[in-house]
Design a protein around this ligand. Sequence first.
Ligand code: CA
Length: 430
Amino acid sequence: MIDATHDPEASSWVASANGHPDFPIQNLPLGVLSYGTDSPRVVVAIGDMALDVGRLLSAGLLEGEAALAAQMASGQWLNALFAMGAGPRRALRTRLFALLSSKGRDRAPEDALKPIADGIVHLPAFIGDYTDFYAGIHHAMNVGKLFRPDNPLLPNYKHVPIGYHGRSSSVRPSGAPVVRPTGQRKSPDGDVPVFGPSQRLDYELELGVWIGPGNQLGSRIPIASAAAHIAGLSLLNDWSARDLQAWEYQPLGPFLAKSFITTVSPWVVTSEALAAYRLPQPPRPDGDPAPLPYLAGGEAYAIELDVLLETPAMRERKLAPHRLSRTEATNLYWTVEQLVAHHTVNGCNLQAGDLLGTGTISAPRADGYGSLLELTGGGKTALELPSGETRTFLQDGDTVIMRGRAHAPGRVSIGFGECRGTVAPSPPVS
Ligand code: CA
């Protein structure tokens, strides 16, 4: 539903919001920040500032459904608000827009605003379960070619959204250190595995999907109502140790190669904000099977996604982070609605605050690949960086930065904030 909160002419009295690449007044993403020793609180990003939602409630500036939404967001997590669905979330958005608009009658109190940069970001929700899908077909094809040159895309790929249950307790917000995992790896010509720090540490560029209202165990979420179960999106980095992965992934899929950390951008760009940036799912190529009826539906997002790399040498020389790739979320073969419908088709329950990863969103072009595994052809071709350095996989001290921008003709584009992580060395093995 497009309404006045998407008006491209709208501006805010919070000056940094106007022209802000991520958080103009048309966005109003939800997050959780803390300042000093205070408890984490639910806030809304507006320009460079965070607005404390609870302060609006105590100042008597919210009523009806917007007040109910703020009450549900009065703790440290957004789960209770997500569980209520779109109505209260939209009411809160409409009221926040009015309180921050340069044309509003009432204004949010200025002391309810603090610089985002002064706060500590936290996860927006308590993540009960995290599932990572594999919905980026170009990534699936590229990785398949490396692992199985004669059979890159397995026969089920175009019929069933592939996923696995990830590790919810190791999801962290942007900025958390990424400790290089240690484990077993075996080279193709080695007879036995060796043990040590991963030598092929990689990232995966994905979108994170925050679940709103869930479903009861034994029930399904039909595709036609799946959108109502999605609270919003973040960026997601599914850090991956390729050497551990290659040795352990058969027959049950990823395990220790993925579970050491997953990073999300800390802001939930709501489904309401994203309504202006949805578009029809691109048609499947000729000859591809139509999805089964329970999977027929959903839409794509017009979101441009970038991955940037900053090495310690680049930091020292004050070189800007180097863009490794740029892709579009329209490269997903499966819609997020299809992921939700499929996840629940067997009666599996989703809960408010659950997190889904879409899978790596690679473009068909080589400058749009969403992982180093793909960009370097499995580590065979090193990338050259502006510092004169080269990389196949990540080295200690490297920082990976992901950015996203939802865009549409005639609309102000909105962003996600950064999804960032710096690789820290493995602790010594005793
Ligand atoms: Ca992944």
